[in-house]
Design a protein around this ligand. Structure first.
Ligand SMILES: [Zn+2]
Length: 101
């Protein structure tokens, strides 16, 4: 775990998104691209585990992330993720990339 960064000019992110202040962070939401990416990785792990193996929370790292697959394949993928430890309660939408001709 890294100590919280207070430098607003952090150059580690190359995105054009405005910086997100910790004070406006909503609990239970995936805010950043990094969090989304980690959450997706967890979901893939969950899928690869036959959707029965518990995975860890992308936010707080607690085991037992609750994942629900609400996908409408092949058009899109929807996953609901919940964590009882940190209050994460969000959904992730993945537009299907497999329909390209
Ligand atoms: Zn959590």
């Amino acid at each position: 775990m890294e100590p919280p960064m207070t430098d607003p000019d952090s150059t580690k992110s190359s995105s054009t998104e405005p910086p997100i202040e910790p004070s406006i962070r909503e609990p239970g939401r995936l805010k950043t691209q990094d969090e989304m990416r980690v959450a997706l990785r967890r979901i893939r792990m969950w899928e690869n585990g036959g959707k029965t193996e518990p995975v860890t929370c992308p936010i707080c790292g607690a085991p037992g992330l609750d994942v629900e697959d609400h996908s409408a394949r092949p058009y899109s993928e929807w996953y609901f993720v919940r964590c009882a430890s940190c209050g994460l309660d969000d959904k992730i939408h993945i537009a299907s990339a497999s329909r390209s001709p």
